[in-house]
Design a protein around this ligand. Structure first.
Ligand SMILES: Nc1ncnc2c1ncn2[C@@H]1O[C@H](COP(=O)(O)OP(=O)(O)OP(=O)(O)O)[C@@H](O)[C@H]1O
Ligand SMILES: [Mg+2]
Length: 297
């Protein structure tokens, strides 16, 4: 095979974009501990734009100078491959979740300034059966993140959650400061929203994470050509007011294409409507949650 782009199971990928990552190089570039707010991007419903949002929000924050750690908690590893990163046995949070090592050992540079990643791999699936054997299994990720935050400061930590209420999603909600719900602008959206908000209530009231706050509802795949999209946004807004992020993500084919090239939307097509929306969302996150840029060197 030549050195040009080659076909992989997830599309065309330029080999130069696959990063063979040195495991500790990132340490030098990080500030010392600060607050490190943790955002879980979740919805039990599949295919609603969680991963697309996790990738492009993280990239948008990083582009604005925020040291951002994206943790891919989905065994499908779509955030990992969508950033052009190699899936590798032993690279994910699986070991640390099972009591073997720390999260900081798993952090790699993404090849973009200020953007760091803990990749996913198929192994993570095993947590579904292995973790619940222990009593404190819902709090595993929280314990690991607490330890990480004592060592290093990030401006934001973003968790890309799998669909459905898996052990990994529950660990994410138990560990997060904020839940950001990705909600597709479609007819059944309200149903999914009810479910995730119920889960939020249970997590809070059951004592698993009393401090978990709803960061907001992110409307995705808004189709300007249909009344339906507008109706869904109006209905969600009527119920939740300013809990809806004012940045609404349009349906944009460039957002569908960019992960096959291992690129964020900003790398793939900076002037697309998707890039503009995720840039605006990043700005909104920074001002809403007062995220701090890394100190200049
Ligand atoms: N705004 C958008 N416009 C067009 N396509 C989009 C948009 N957002 C996401 N997609 C596409 O929709 C599909 C599902 O998106 P994504 O993988 O982000 O959802 P998800 O909620 O993470 O899915 P899963 O539940 O399987 O993890 C993908 O093919 C993605 O490229
Ligand atoms: Mg996903």
């Amino acid at each position: 095979m030549g050195s040009g782009p080659f076909a992989t199971s997830f599309g065309l990928l330029d080999p130069s974009r696959i990063l063979f990552l040195a495991s500790t190089a990132w340490i030098r570039t990080l500030a010392k501990p600060m607050e490190s707010p943790v955002f879980a991007i979740a919805n039990q419903k599949g295919g609603v734009g969680k991963t697309t949002s996790a990738i492009n929000l993280s990239a948008g924050l990083a582009a604005r100078g925020i040291d951002t750690l994206l943790i891919d908690l989905d065994p499908q590893a779509n955030a990992t491959s969508g950033l052009g990163l190699e899936k590798e046995v032993g690279a994910s949070a699986y070991g640390p979740l099972m009591g073997d090592g720390s999260l900081s050992d798993k952090i790699v540079e993404s090849g973009r300034n200020h953007l760091f990643v803990i990749r996913s791999e198929r192994d993570l699936v095993a947590t579904e059966v292995e973790l619940p054997r222990d009593e404190d299994y819902l709090l595993r990720l929280r314990g690991l993140l607490d330890a990480l935050k004592e060592e290093y400061g990030f401006g934001a930590i973003i968790l890309d959650c799998p669909p459905s209420s898996t052990v990994l999603s529950l660990n994410a909600l138990a560990a997060a400061d904020y839940l950001a719900v990705a909600l597709q602008c479609e007819y059944l959206a309200m149903e999914g929203l009810g479910e995730i908000l119920n889960l939020l209530k249970q997590i809070r009231e059951g004592g698993v994470n009393p401090n978990l706050e709803l960061a907001g509802i992110l409307m995705t795949m808004f189709d300007i050509r249909t009344n339906l999209s507008q109706q869904v946004v109006s209905e969600v807004r009527a119920h939740f007011g300013d809990k809806i992020f004012s940045s609404i993500i349009p349906r944009n084919i460039r957002l569908t294409e960019s992960p096959s090239f291992g690129q964020t939307i900003f790398e793939y097509e900076k002037s697309s409507s998707g890039a503009l929306a995720y840039d605006k969302l990043s700005e909104e996150f920074i001002s809403r949650f007062q995220l701090k840029a890394a100190a200049k060197e």
